[in-house]
Design a protein around this ligand. Structure first.
Ligand code: NI
Length: 135
């Protein structure tokens, strides 16, 4: 089994807020991410595909095709958008990095053009990132 990764970047704003909690508690839990008008992050997305090498091409997956799938199904929908309002696959979801990673997984899992989706890694800051393997 070989693991192939494609990295993409996007910028988006979000607001983390749970309407069932008080304003004070939201502020305590979500901090800067609870800013009433949202705020932005420069996200780094890593899509990892696992599979066997195709003897004809020597590839697990054609990275040009994988790039196009990620751009069309994820990056175009989230880049320079507000994750709470603008993104069809995140409607009604509190856009934590965890929830956005799961949304991205669901967008891509049945569209991978070779091998199969192994994990989604989503970096929200330089030091914080999430990994989801569909389990
Ligand atoms: Ni934030």
């Amino acid at each position: 089994m070989i693991y192939v990764s494609r990295r993409e970047v996007f910028s988006a704003s979000h607001r983390l807020h749970n309407t069932e909690l008080s304003d004070e508690e939201n502020q305590r839990i979500f901090g800067k991410c609870n800013n009433p008008n949202g705020h932005g992050h420069n996200y780094i997305l890593e899509v990892v595909v696992a599979g066997e090498i195709d003897p004809k091409t020597g590839y697990v997956v054609d990275l040009k095709l994988l790039k196009t799938v990620i751009i069309e199904n994820v990056v175009k929908k989230v880049d320079h958008k507000h994750l709470n309002y603008d993104v069809d696959f995140l409607k009604g979801i509190n856009p934590t990095t965890e929830n956005v990673a799961i949304g991205i997984w669901n967008q891509l899992v049945d569209k991978i053009p070779g091998g199969k989706l192994y994990s989604i890694k989503l970096h929200e800051t330089e030091n914080n990132f999430i990994e989801y393997r569909g389990e």
